[in-house]
Every structure is written in structure tokens, then in C-alpha cells.
Design a binder for this molecule. Structure first.
Ligand SMILES: *[C@@H]1O[C@H](CO)[C@@H](O)[C@H](O)[C@H]1NC(C)=O
Ligand SMILES: *[C@@H]1O[C@H](CO)[C@@H](O)[C@H](O)[C@H]1NC(C)=O
Ligand SMILES: *[C@@H]1O[C@H](CO)[C@@H](O)[C@H](O)[C@H]1NC(C)=O
Length: 961
């Protein structure tokens, strides 16, 4: 007994679907739009981990004309596609399906691929003119029948369920001579053919699809005239053709029902295609009606008669009817069904087969459209069982086996189907990926491929090679979806006693300069000049006022208390202390501000973590070359000395320079290697000043804060990509960490620097002076990239991309990738001698209109901090502290105030710039107060912090369990 018989045993003798009332205008799409359009981007994108039930039908597809070849072999008659493609000029490169993948002669090769994939279902189509060369039963060709028997037997022998399409566009040419589907006689001719197929193959085939995408047959074949038979009569031919297709479908359904169902027990349906339509604004009735009509014209045209009441949807009848009336026609161009027809057509499908393919030039695939479409089908057609019979994406011929785009496509689309099943209760029963292998892609010939296997069409034996997507799909099928990966599971546990919990800001981003330009006319900072002159930041978006932290010490301390942090990371504005960057003039008022701030922090039992340089170089120093002028090393040393001297008895945690990589790469594109060189030396000098003059007295620690992404190879099986990923990380983190922790630039960096002939090498004395200038490893981290090899002169020889399943943020470069955090923490441990690590920045942004319910940030902190916990508890990484970026929304550099990283929202329309806690505040406060993560079993727990007035124990921790 083939497996399907057992699985669908209860379906034998199936009762017809009940008749449903006609669709309203607009239809149930309202319900779907109303349910999904309020979704935030976060809700829409959040990856869903879960699996389909046992027995889910995973498969791959093909169709006869696209793969078989053997166009005239063993007595096969020509089809309309043979005729069309054999005419020069119709298909790029005059390609055709004469040989295609040569599947007619390669059953074993095809079975081998299917077996290796371990698919449960193979969707294939029968070539009508191979079985009946002229379309009529009288022309029966036994050799053609034998081919399908061998193929089907091979499938059954390998435990693969055949899903057979009776008509996948390749009409016998002889039938086009009687006008093809525009002729109602086709109904009986098709019925004879199907009857024969049921009788011949139905002992083994239990899934029948009558027509593949009838909408395309009718519209592209007889309306637009793009595909054979290339009839261009958009006004009426498609309606007549569809009318015949519907009747033919109903006829062959009844034939199966009457003659075969009892003995064979299979399912019959039709495969419909659609693209999801969405109104621009669901509140505009006209737009809603139009979007709904688009769905009804594509899908409802066929689905409404079959799954509802035997008739076309009203939206369609009215539209065509009114237009016909306007044209002065006596009847609507849309033919009407008699009551007898309606009764005959209604309910002629046992399940719903739907397909959605992403067109070649529409790589901007919107995966979430699939989920909505599935929801619409559920709402519209009485909750049918749905099989996704085709879903795939095309890639160009340049892509052979390394098909990253298809990997992203499968991961997102299958996940949307899984969401529809698991979250929305849509009865999705199967998913068929298109397609098994690259094949003749209709009007595109061989210029694109949808295959999970690459086929070399230049080679006479048409060798098939699995693409990376085949490996991925194998895993998806084996896992029955996407079970939560172990590395993403939550770990419950605590950070060490005395762990530093902090949040961070930078001077220019939050303070205010207006109060302090005592010695110089503005601009006093390089960032002022930039903000005031560059058009990148709109006029009112500069740091002149920022969050006015200069005048709001009390407000900021209150925010910090709410968060329960024990430390606060802020930066000193160099030009606030030394307006021209030198010791020529010390601005006591500026120093005073920092004393007031530090005193207030200490009074609140919050310890300062102070950054000396967070990018706001005094403009006067920039005027003499900034970081490209090596005299800056002394300037920075002198500045550090002044600050250590003034604040050192109160501040015990010092950060010399924030993110030197970004200072060198983003701020100084012309001479990054010189800039980096001076930054490293400046850091070392500041460290030595502290070490020599203050350490004994003050007992604090000094380090540099380095930022780096984690990088994974885009293709983990490709050495070039693996090497590129190593280069990305070594380039970002190693550039600075290697001299400071290991001594000198790494060999990799030295080579990169030498190749650019911007020689900047350390002398042995410098190497010795720089090495060891650290009391800890300060680290800023946000995201992970996928790296691939790229031979481009001025970069680290690597390009990067993001996996499309990764959650977005408000920043184009920041994707939510928590696991990379743990990976890079382990990298630091291994590479730099297991240093104590303080995370000095980590956080996520948003860009949408203000929403205090920042669930995406809660998600981010939960998952990232949890990875840090794993690094500590499971990997033995010496984790000492964590600072969330950022305390409040602020001036996000070149992005102005649009990109917001804050735990607190700052209302910029209110002159008092109030700080308002977002939901993430209570969440982060809970992590801090619990010093880690309490397990669901411990909830409610006294360490949980609740938003005042809303006391629902456990809510926050339960959200992402
Ligand atoms: C024209 O459209 C209206 C609804 O807008 C419908 O009631 C009417 O029946 C339509 N007329 C025809 C001839 O279909
Ligand atoms: C470097 O800075 C010094 C002042 O510190 C200045 O005298 C000198 O001209 C600068 N060099 C260049 C090349 O700008
Ligand atoms: C921001 O401030 C403006 C002006 O006072 C006020 O109308 C608005 O409601 C405030 N928005 C929020 C979210 O507090």
C-alpha cells in the first residue's frame, strides 16, 4: 500500500465540499488585511521556530515540457510549445525544449536526485502528446505510456509519492487546429485523456492536478498572447477559455469521482496561482475594493466557482458586466453558467492547490504575502486543506551551485507557510518547492533557473549537481520545518557577583554645546562643523541642544535609577575641557560639569565609566590634520593627563578611545592606516600616563573600546568565503586588538597595509610600548555579517551581505543576530589571552513612528544578553560587565534623530525634553535586578521589576520564552 493510502484512508469516498455563499464585495480579504496590516515590521519579520505535523508533504516539482526533451521520440506528437519554441526569435538564444534536461532518457538520474533529497512527493506532469500524439485517444502511443509507467514505478519503489499534473500547458498541436481551449469540444477530448490516465496510472497515483495555473493559460495564452497559442484577444477570449477550462476540470473531477475514487482513493484538484494584493491604505474603501478585485480576478475566477457556489465572484461579474454595458455589448463578455453548470462545478476539488512563484525580476520578494494569501484562502474558501504546489525563485545563469538567494527565499517562504499553519491555523498540508532542477524556463529559455539542482545545458549528458539550496531544503524536510536551534535556546542563570550593569551615551549625542562655547565661536567640534554644514543632517538636527544633558543631570540620574544600573558610561567632550584641544586653556566650567555629574552619580550609588574620546575632536586640532598629524598623540596624552588628574579620585573605569575602527574608516577615508596608527599610539600613551602617575593612587582601570561585527562565511562550504570571514573579523577587531594585546599588527594586517603602500608600521620600541596597554578588553558589538571573497583594492578583500531572515532594525547595517555575539566573545577569549571583557555598547535602533512598546528591543536585549550569559557560563569567557546602548534616544550621528537606540524616549516636541521609559526599560531593569535570567518556573520572582501601575507578574519574561 503506498503511504498515501494510509494517510488519506479517511478520505476515501470523500464527500464533496459543501456549497458556500458567494463572496461579498469586498470579500474576506478585509479580515486578513485588518489582522495583518497593523503588524509592526518586527512582528512581520520575527522568525518563527516550529515544525509541521508528522506526515507533512514535502516535495519538489517539474513539468513535462520543461524537463523531458525527447520532443519527437518514440512517436510523441508535437505540442504547442514545440511549435512555438522551434520558431526562431521566440525564445532567447532560440532555445527550446527539444532536449531540455533529457529526463525522457534519464529516469535513473532524476530518481537519484529525488532519493538523495529524501522528498516525500514528486510533482510531475504528463505530456498529453506523448500519450496521445494528436490529442485523441485513437492516437494512443504505448511507448509514451511506458515512460510514465517506468517513472511512476521508480517513484513508488523509492517511497516517493507522485503528484501528477494532467495538463501543464503543453497542448497537443493537433488540438490547436480546432482552436484549443477556445473550443468547448475540448471538454470531452480532455476527459477522454484524463479517463485514460486515471485508468492507466491511478493504481499508483493518488494526487491528481487537472490544470496548472488556468489563469495563466487563459490570460497569457489567449489574452496577452505571450505564450502558446499566442492568441491576443484580451477582451473576451480569456473568459471563454476559462469557462471551458472550468467545465473541463469539473468534468474530469466527476469522471474520477464516478469511475475511480472508490477503487483508487485519490484526491483531485486544480493548481491555482496568485500573487497577494494589498491596498495601500486599508481605510480607503476604493483601494480596498480594487485590491480585493485583483485577488478575485486572479484566484477567485477559478476558486470561487469550484470552492464556493459554482459561479464567478460578484466582484468579477459586476466589473466585466458594467464594462461590457459601457461598450454597448448585448451580453457581458464574461459568460454565465446555467444552474446545471453551477451544480456541476461547485465542490469539484478535494483540496486546494496553490502556487506562488517569484518572478525573475522581482527579487524584492515579499514572503509575508504568502502567509496572508494562505489566510485569505482559509477565510474565503471555508478552511480547505491547502497544498502549496509551487513556490520558488529564479536565479540567473551566472549562479551555478552557490545560490544564496534561493537559500534566503526558502528560509523565509517556508517559514511564512509555517506561520500560517502554526500561528493562524491554516490547514497547510504540503509544500512543493519549484523546482527539482534547472529546466527550460518557458519564455526565458535557459537564461534563468529555479532548480535545487544545477543542470549544465552545455554538456550533452546534462549533468545534475545539487546546489546549496538542495542541502538546505534537505535539512528543512528532515527537520519538518525549523525547530529552534540549540544555540538560540534561552539559558537560565546568573552573571558573576559584582557584574557591572551599565548603559551608555556619548557627549556630543546627548549633552549640549550652546552653553559652553566660551572661548571659540562655534563650531568648536568637528561634529558641530559637520552637523552645521553637511546637508546630511536636516537643519534642526544637530547636537546644539541634543538631549540637553548638560542641564539635565537630575533627569538623567533619575532615568539611571529607574534602570537600576550600577554604572553609567558617558564620554567627556574634549573641547569642553580644552576648547582648542591643547593645555593652553583649560575650561574650568566644562570640568565642573563633569564633577557635578560624577558627584551626582556617586551619590546615587552609580559608578562612572568614562570615555575620553568619543569622536568629538576639537575643531582646532582637525584644522592641523586631526588624527593624520602625529602630534595628536601628545595632545591626547596631555588631555588624558588633565582629565585623570581632575577626576581620577572619583572615576575608576576609564576608556581611552571609542571604536577606533570607525574613526579610521568612516571619518578618515583617505588615510585610515595613518589615523589608526596614531589612535593606537595615543591610546598607549594615555594608558602609560595613568599607569605611571595615577594607578597607585587611584587604583582604577584603563582600556580601549574596540568594535567589531562577527562574520560568518556566506557559503560555509567554500574556503574563499571562510577566509573572507576571517579577514573581516581580523580587520575590524584585530587591527587594534592585536597591537594592544598581542604586540604589533597581525601579519594579515601588515600585508593589507603594505599592499596599500600606505606604510605605517610600528618600530620595535613602539611595539613594546603599545603591547600590554590594557587592563581589560572593552567591546562594542551589534551585529553579524555574511562574508564572501571580493578582490577589491581598498578593502579587506571581502564583501558582506545579510541573511534575509535576520530581523531588521532601524539601522540598515544592524541585523538581529544574537548567536554571533557569543561567537565573537569566544573569539576574543581565544585570540587575546582570555582577557576580562566589558561590553561597552550593545543595543538596537528603531526608525518607525514613536512606539513606547518596543518589543523588538526587548527581544534584542533578551537574546543578546543571554548569549553573553552562555559565553560566561558555558564557555568560560571572563565576562565582567555589560552596557546597553543607549540610555536615551539621541543624536545618532549622521542619522540625526530619526534612528533611535534609546531605552528612554526623548520627546523632542516638548521643550523640556522629558525622558519617557520605553517598555524595554522594565525589561532591562529586571535582567539587571535578577543579575541574569530567571527560569519560567521561578516566575513570579521578587527580582522582577514591573512598570508602575501595570503589575502583571512575569509578563515580560514570558513573551519570548
Ligand atoms: C454593475 O455593478 C453593480 C455594482 O457596482 C452591480 O450591482 C450591477 O449588477 C453591475 N451590472 C452588470 C451588468 O453586471
Ligand atoms: C601638525 O600639527 C602641528 C601642531 O601640533 C602643526 O604645527 C603642524 O603644522 C601640523 N602638521 C601638518 C602637516 O598639518
Ligand atoms: C510630546 O510632547 C508634545 C508637546 O508637549 C505632546 O503634545 C505629546 O503628546 C508628547 N508625546 C508623548 C508621546 O509624550
Amino acid at each position: 500500500v503506498p503511504p498515501v493510502m494510509q494517510m488519506y484512508g479517511n478520505k476515501i469516498g470523500i464527500t464533496r465540499l459543501p456549497s458556500l455563499p458567494p463572496s461579498e464585495v469586498p470579500s474576506k480579504s478585509k479580515v486578513v488585511w485588518e489582522k495583518f496590516s497593523p503588524q509592526t515590521k518586527f512582528e512581520r519579520q520575527l522568525y518563527h521556530y516550529g515544525t509541521f505535523p508528522e506526515g507533512f508533504h514535502w516535495g519538489v516539482s517539474s513539468s513535462a515540457y520543461q524537463v523531458e526533451g525527447g520532443w519527437n521520440a518514440d512517436g510523441k506528437g508535437p505540442s504547442v510549445w514545440d511549435t512555438f519554441t522551434q520558431k526562431p526569435g521566440n525564445i532567447p538564444n532560440n532555445d527550446n525544449g527539444d532536449v531540455a534536461c533529457d529526463s525522457y532518457n534519464k529516469i535513473d538520474e532524476d530518481l537519484h536526485m529525488l532519493r538523495a533529497l529524501k522528498v516525500k512527493t514528486y510533482r510531475l506532469s504528463l505530456s498529453w502528446s506523448r500519450i496521445f500524439p494528436n490529442g485523441y485517444k485513437s492516437s494512443h502511443n504505448q511507448k509514451g505510456v511506458d515512460y510514465y509507467n517506468r517513472l511512476i514505478d521508480g517513484l513508488i519503489a523509492n517511497n516517493i509519492t507522485p503528484m501528477v499534473t494532467l495538463y501543464h500547458w503543453d497542448l497537443p498541436q493537433a488540438l490547436q487546429h480546432i482552436n484549443g481551449w477556445d473550443n468547448p469540444e475540448m471538454i470531452n477530448i480532455f476527459n477522454e485523456y484524463c479517463d485514460f490516465c486515471y485508468a492507466t496510472f491511478g493504481d499508483r497515483v493518488k494526487f491528481w492536478i487537472t490544470f496548472n495555473e488556468p489563469q495563466t493559460i487563459a490570460w497569457s495564452g489567449y489574452g496577452l498572447g505571450q505564450i502558446p497559442p499566442n492568441v491576443k484577444q484580451p477582451g473576451d477570449a480569456p473568459y471563454r477559455v476559462a469557462h471551458n477550462l472550468l467545465k473541463a476540470h469539473a468534468q474530469v473531477y466527476h469522471t474520477y469521482d464516478e469511475k475511480y475514487r472508490a477503487s483508487q482513493g485519490g484526491l483531485v484538484s486544480i493548481s491555482l496561482n496568485a500573487e497577494w494584493a494589498e491596498p495601500l491604505d486599508i481605510n480607503v474603501p476604493r483601494e480596498m475594493v480594487a485590491a480585493d478585485r485583483a485577488l478575485q480576478f486572479q484566484l477567485g475566477w477559478f476558486a470561487h466557482p469550484i470552492f464556493k457556489n459554482g459561479d464567478y465572484p460578484d466582484a468579477m461579474k459586476w466589473q466585466v458586466g458594467n464594462k461590457s454595458e459601457l461598450q454597448g455589448l448585448p451580453n457581458s463578455r464574461l459568460p454565465s453558467f446555467t444552474d446545471e453548470d453551477k451544480a456541476f462545478i461547485q465542490g469539484t476539488a478535494d483540496v486546494l492547490y496553490g502556487s506562488e512563484n517569484t518572478a525573475v525580476n522581482e527579487q524584492k520578494a515579499v514572503a509575508w504575502g504568502l502567509r496572508r494569501l494562505l489566510n485569505w484562502l482559509k477565510e474565503e474558501y471555508g478552511d480547505p486543506e491547502i497544498y502549496i504546489t509551487e513556490n520558488g525563485v529564479a536565479t540567473g545563469t551566472a549562479v551555478t551551485v552557490d545560490d544564496t538567494d534561493r537559500i534566503f527565499f526558502l528560509k523565509t517562504y517556508v517559514d511564512e507557510a509555517l506561520k500560517a499553519h502554526n500561528l493562524d491555523g491554516v490547514r497547510v498540508k504540503g509544500y512543493i518547492a519549484s523546482s527539482l532542477m534547472d529546466s527550460f524556463e518557458w519564455l526565458k529559455g535557459y537564461t534563468v533557473g529555479y532548480g535545487l539542482h544545477y543542470v549544465n545545458f552545455k554538456h550533452s549528458s546534462r549533468p545534475r549537481t545539487p546546489k546549496r539550496s538542495a542541502h538546505l531544503y534537505f535539512d528543512i524536510m528532515r527537520n519538518n520545518g525549523f525547530p529552534l536551534p540549540t544555540e538560540e535556546e534561552m539559558l537560565y542563570g546568573h552573571f558573576p557577583e559584582g557584574f557591572i550593569w551599565s548603559t551608555a551615551t556619548a557627549a556630543y549625542q546627548v549633552q549640549s554645546i550652546l552653553t559652553n562655547t566660551l572661548y571659540f565661536d562655534s563650531p568648536a567640534y568637528i561634529w558641530d562643523k559637520f552637523a552645521h554644514t553637511a546637508l546630511k543632517i536636516s537643519q534642526d538636527e544637530n547636537g546644539d541642544i541634543a538631549c540637553d544633558s548638560y542641564n539635565k543631570i537630575t533627569e538623567d540620574i533619575n532615568s539611571l535609577k529607574t534602570l537600576r544600573v550600577n554604572h553609567y558610561r558617558f564620554s567627556i567632550s574634549w573641547p569642553r575641557i580644552m576648547p582648542d584641544g591643547t593645555t593652553r586653556k583649560i575650561n574650568e566650567a566644562g570640568l565642573n560639569y563633569y564633577h557635578r555629574l560624577v558627584d551626582a552619580l556617586l551619590a546615587a550609588n552609580i559608578k562612572p565609566q568614562v570615555t575620553l574620546y568619543h569622536w568629538d575632536l576639537p575643531q582646532a586640532l582637525q584644522d592641523v590634520g586631526g588624527w593624520e598629524n602625529d602630534t595628536i598623540v601628545e595632545r591626547f596624552r596631555d588631555y588624558s593627563d588633565v582629565v585623570f588628574n581632575s577626576l581620577g579620585d572619583k572615576v575608576k573605569f576609564w576608556i581611552t578611545i571609542n571604536e577606533p575602527y570607525n574613526v579610521a574608516m568612516i571619518g578618515h577615508g583617505t588615510a585610515p592606516y595613518i589615523v589608526a596608527h596614531n589612535l593606537i599610539k595615543a591610546h598607549a600613551e594615555a594608558w602609560h600616563v595613568y599607569n605611571d602617575k595615577y594607578r597607585a593612587k587611584h587604583g582604577g582601570i584603563v582600556g580601549i573600546t574596540i568594535n567589531s561585527d562577527w562574520a560568518e562565511p556566506r557559503n560555509p562550504y567554500k574556503q574563499e568565503d571562510v577566509d573572507a570571514a576571517v579577514r573581516v573579523v581580523q580587520f575590524q577587531i584585530g587591527w587594534f586588538a592585536h597591537p594592544v594585546f598581542n604586540g604589533d599588527y597581525s601579519d594579515l594586517m601588515k600585508n593589507i597595509i603594505r599592499e596599500r603602500s600606505l606604510a605605517a608600521e610600528f618600530t620595535p620600541a613602539e611595539v613594546a610600548r603599545i603591547k600590554g596597554t590594557h587592563d581589560y578588553f572593552g567591546f562594542n558589538h551589534y551585529t553579524t555579517v555574511l562574508a564572501y571573497n571580493m578582490d577589491y583594492k581598498n578593502l579587506e578583500g571581502a564583501g558582506t551581505v545579510a541573511d534575509r531572515t535576520w530581523l531588521d532594525s532601524g539601522s540598515f547595517w544592524l541585523k538581529v543576530t544574537p548567536v554571533g555575539f557569543r561567537n565573537i566573545l569566544n573569539f576574543i577569549k581565544e585570540e587575546y589571552g582570555d582577557p576580562p571583557i566589558y561590553i561597552t555598547e550593545n543595543g538596537v535602533s528603531e526608525r518607525e513612528s514613536m512606539n513606547l512598546n518596543d518589543v523588538h528591543r526587548i527581544h534584542y536585549y533578551d537574546n543578546y544578553i543571554n548569549q553573553a550569559l552562555k559565553a560566561y557560563l558555558l564557555d568560560g569567557v571572563d565576562m565582567r560587565g555589560y552596557a546597553a546602548w543607549s540610555l536615551m534616544d539621541n543624536l545618532e550621528w549622521t542619522m540625526g534623530y530619526d534612528e533611535r537606540f534609546g531605552l528612554f524616549y526623548v520627546n523632542r516636541s516638548d521643550p523640556s525634553l522629558p525622558r519617557i521609559p520605553k517598555k524595554s526599560v522594565w525589561h532591562y531593569a529586571t535582567i539587571i535586578n535578577c543579575n541574569g535570567f530567571i527560569s519560567p518556573g521561578e516566575i513570579p520572582h521578587e527580582c522582577q521589576i514591573h512598570e508602575p501601575g501595570i503589575d502583571i507578574p512575569g509578563t515580560y519574561l514570558l513573551i519570548y520564552m
